[in-house]
Design a protein. Sequence first.
Length: 521
Amino acid sequence: MRKLVLASLAVLLALPACAQRAAVLLAGRYHDPVETYQAGPDVYLSADTVGKLYGAQVYWYQVAGRIEMTLRGRKMVFFVASKDARVDGKPIELSLPVLLRADEAWIPLAFLESPTFVSWSGIKTDFHPRTRLLSIDKRSTVGRLRWFSYKDFTRLELETDARLAYSASARGVLGVEIQVPLGIIDGSEDGEIGDGLVAAYSLTQAPRSARLAVRLAKPGLTWRAKVLRDPHRVALDVYRPGVDPSEVVEPVSAVAQKRSKAARAVPSAAKAAAVAAAPAASPLGSGHRRLRIVVDAGHGGKDPGATGPDGIQEKDVTLLAAKQLARLLAQDGVFDVRLTRDDDTFVPLSERSRVANDWGADLFVSLHCNASKTPRDEGFEVYFESEHATDPQAEQLADFENSSLQLENKPAAEDAAAQMLLGELSKTEYINAASQLAALMARDVSKRVGIEDRGVKQAGFYVLRGTHAPAVLFEMAYLTNRRDEVRLQSPRFRRKLVDGVYAGILDYAKRQGWLSEVAAQ
């Protein structure tokens, strides 16, 4: 066996090898890149790096050629130039041997991704060779955390494994605590709400439970905790003074008598032509049907959009985020949702607005990733349509996003017609309504993500021009910024962005009286 391992090691060392850096997402947050060692297709991390990333204590006995790793009282032992290892005293065999390079021990990344290590550590590892992104997250049974402010109450929702119980109790005059015994979160999270009912919240990991601490805005407020399903989650409702919880009609979840159908996609011009035309609806009155929202995943197909330093393409990120937003909007039964595309398909800009108009959409939300010649630029922006850009940078961005017109062979006359339409629409309520929606979205996103809020701006985006409804374009972050590029690859980060967009839509709908109209049906 020893000879076989040495022979395998000789083969590995004979393969082309090099040191490369990998971007790291640790619990959904950007971490400084780390050095990896690659021998052929196999990637290794130094034992010291493993200890720092996973929070383990690592002891390297160089003379004996032995590495001991301890994590939360459990021990794992590796041996240099060997596939043999021990997990809590039990022998196991690695798929690749541990290497010795420059007086350091290097552990195969394939083992860190294996079920054996995940079970031992409680930490999930994913490495993407093309982008060289290393994602490290706790294997969680609690999370995601969302919150929304309604007319009569504020709700915090904490997704949990259906097998877990919970308890809720008051902590002083301003505190409420929810404990989920045996619950494991994928990362601590805290934030401010500041809506007059809930001041702030904090989700942390206790030794044998997950803990959600909520600080109320003032004493004497009534609250209730309960379980919601599909998905399974614990909900904490904090009510406004004078509101009787037993008389509250929930503006979203309890309104629907049946679940909304899955978001329906129109990925091509041919399919869009097949959509049955519906009468255009006023953006300020939709009381006789569910509200219709078109979610537009920017770019697609032969139009990749912006490309990040590690090769991440805008069209891929926007599609993932659009599907997340569509599922979130559709799940409560108040909104009907359509995607302009649900796969890697090229859809002309004019076709995207036509989908919204033919369907009679109440809102149009286009998702994009920003780009800049200055790699330091980072953060998010929300745009609505205008003939005149807010600033030169906004004008340059609009020119970039409009550049896909060159792929459409669109006649100049058609573009001129769209400009005339913009002039007419600018005199209507749609532009003002879009500015309100954009402001609410920016506020709610800013409360959820730890990146710069670059504000609400205006520019001449072609995709917004012909839409007969309030239309906004959300630049989620800068793909040209290495930190933002890494963040955008995190499902957890995209979820926070999407939650903010969803909350902004709900806030806008509430201000228009749409939710109360739906509730009255």
